[in-house]
Design a protein around this ligand. Structure first.
Ligand code: F6R
Length: 609
């Protein structure tokens, strides 16, 4: 997730671009840049880190001109360095881009073979070169961009300038957002409404497959160049509402962003035809996969719960002995680890000190380290032998939600990849899993819409509960832990996540009529036993909430309330069962009036002992 902005008008464009980028910083903040037409040339300024660094560079060395494009980056390809920051230039062409180009490896090869010098690690620079080649072949900018789009697979919103056509910006969209603004003698584009609100309320939403040319006016076309007539709409949001896309809190926005975050994370990685995972970027070879004797997951907090799904999945799909360790307990205890071990360090921030130190210790003893991280170029990916990034975009709410589900996606993809290479997962079964995973974003969207109101009602009913129990078995056990963690983090209610089979070994003593017990009982291999847990809890007069498969009358009978999720393969249930847990926790906290996005005593990145 990155933010792009563009301006054509009489003001100094660098000021408008910087101001717009400030309002898009929530979409990414590891580097930023602008390109402006100055005289007959395009000039760029780029800077690593927060926008204030770009601002400083523009103060020291201003760009004066009325047409420009800008970008704030959340890295997906290549580390957050100045060279990788947008805009990217090729000949007379400058490009900013939000999204992920899936076929970037093939395009890079092709462009290098044609003699292009590619200076960054980004997929975006390839777009700039493609447009440049088309311009060199004699096309005008609009046609050159149109021809380039034919070559791109994946998601993009792009804005393109050319020195040869100084008064205009050409934009295009597929799967990534882009809104156009129509002002008094000025036109704009941006990834999101907030960037444009101070300048105009008249906005046009570009649809997938459409392009537009911005000069004094906005002209929208389809891919064939046919003009599309579309009236501007009046948007009367306040800037604060706009930043959270109309949601009350970032956490709720991020819960609802999960289908999009998963789509971005799965994009280009699922090989549906062969029932496999495209793993070029992971950097582990088939030989590496075969040589692994043991997998050890290391993580903290929510990432540890995602890692726990890996313990089940790697064992069942790849048949490799698998351990799960809290990084804080692994480090410093001189664990038995070494050659033949693959340590999978899972961390949203990639900076959690305990996970970093634990992974370094394992590496020093001869283990290979695979990092699953969301922040490109952060410390753990940098020290790891191989990296498999999630593409959730920046997570602002301290309580992790969309990063958890994208971590689960990467862990499942890794398990499938490993199973295929070790011959423990046959093609048909792998195809089923890959197909099922491809449908998850859509199903997750359905669960979000379908369960939101019930979760809010239940949260209202139990807002004053002193204790809450979450129970689950197998792949629902990590989700029970995650549900309890979410609730305690943001509502400060005491919540326990338990392996349902352990209930009778202790926690059952906690149960009375004041305790809500949330039992995760999807149709899976533990279903019958989960049903018994529902019965046991109800018999002790607990307030029983089942999260179960739609139409499950047995579960409904033995619970007070049932939250329904669609039937999916067992391996995919975590993506759906976690949604009501997140929503329930969110609404309890909201009704209690706690600081949902910045709960007390917690920090987003824990880089301390
Ligand atoms: C919970 C939460 C924390 C983090 C933990 C690890 O909502 O956000 O428990 O999961 O601090 O952080 P990362 O994943 O950055 O290593």
């Amino acid at each position: 997730m990155c933010g792009i902005v563009g301006y054509v008008g009489a003001e100094n464009s660098a000021d408008v671009l910087l101001d717009g980028l400030k309002r898009l910083e929530y979409r990414g903040y590891d580097s930023a840049g602008v390109a402006v037409h100055v005289g007959g040339n395009i000039q760029i300024r780029r800077a690593v880190g927060k926008l204030r660094n770009l601002e400083k560079s523009l103060r020291e060395s201003p760009l004066v001109g009325g047409v420009g494009i800008g970008h704030t980056r959340w890295a997906t390809h290549g580390r957050p360095t100045e060279v990788n920051a947008h805009p990217h230039i090729a000949g007379p062409v400058a490009v900013v881009h939000n999204g992920i180009i899936e076929n970037h490896l093939a395009l890079r090869k092709e462009l290098v073979a044609k003699g292009c010098t590619i200076s960054s690690d980004t997929d975006t620079e390839l777009v700039a070169h493609l447009v440049h080649l088309e311009v060199d072949a004699g096309k005008d900018l609009e046609s050159a961009v149109r021809a380039t789009l034919e070559r791109l697979e994946g998601a993009y919103a792009i804005a393109v300038l050319s020195e040869k056509e100084p008064g205009k910006i050409v934009v295009a969209k597929h799967s990534s957002p882009l809104v156009l603004g129509v002002g008094e003698g000025a036109t704009y584009c941006a990834s999101d409404i907030p960037a444009l609100l101070p300048y105009t309320n008249e906005m046009i939403f570009l649809e997938d497959g459409e392009m537009a040319v911005l000069d004094e006016t906005v002209r929208i076309t389809d891919r064939e160049g046919k003009t599309i007539e579309r009236e501007a709409q009046r948007i009367d949001w306040s800037p604060v509402m706009a930043e959270k896309a109309g949601y009350k809190h970032f956490m709720l926005k991020e819960i609802f962003e999960q289908p999009r975050a998963l789509e971005d994370t799965l994009r280009g990685r699922l090989d549906r035809e062969n029932g496999d995972i495209n793993s070029d970027e992971i950097g582990l070879t088939d030989e590496d996969a075969k040589a692994i004797k043991r997998v050890i997951f290391l993580a903290c907090g929510t990432s540890n719960h995602a890692a726990m799904t890996g313990r089940y999945l790697v064992e069942s799909l790849a048949r490799v002995p698998t351990l799960l360790e809290l990084a804080s307990e692994f480090r410093g205890r001189d664990a038995v680890v070494g050659e033949g071990d693959l340590v999978v360090a899972v961390s949203q921030s990639g900076e959690t000190l305990d996970t970093l130190i634990a992974a370094k210790e394992a590496k020093a003893k001869g283990a290979k380290v695979l990092s699953i991280a969301n922040v490109i170029g952060s410390a753990i990916p940098r020290m790891a032998d191989a990296v498999f990034y999630t593409h959730a975009g920046p997570e602002i709410g301290v309580a992790s939600t969309k990063c958890f589900s994208t971590q689960c996606a990467n862990i499942l993809m890794f398990s499938i990849w490993l199973g295929r290479r070790r011959g423990t997962l046959d093609e048909n079964r792998a195809k089923e899993l890959v197909e099922g995973l491809a449908r998850i974003p859509q199903l997750m969207g359905d669960v979000l819409q379908g369960t939101r109101q019930l979760c809010a009602n239940l949260a209202r009913r139990y807002v004053n509960a002193r204790d809450v129990l979450f129970l689950g078995r197998g792949l629902s056990y990590p989700i029970a832990l995650e549900g309890a963690l979410k609730l305690k983090e943001i509502s400060y209610i005491h919540a326990e996540g338990y392996a349902a089979g352990e209930m009778k070994h202790g926690p059952i003593a906690l149960i009375d009529s004041s305790v809500p017990v949330i039992v995760l009982a999807p149709h899976d291999s533990s279903y019958e036993r989960s049903l018994s847990n529902l019965q046991e809890a109800k018999a002790r007069e607990a307030q029983v909430i089942a999260i179960a498969t739609e139409g499950d009358e047995e579960a409904r009978e033995v619970s007070h309330d049932m939250i329904e999720i669609p039937r999916v393969l067992e391996e995919l249930t975590p993506f759906l069962t976690v949604v009501p847990c997140q929503l329930y926790s969110y609404y309890v906290a909201d009704f209690k009036g706690t600081d949902v996005d910045q709960p007390r005593n917690l920090a987003k990145t824990v880089t301390v002992e």
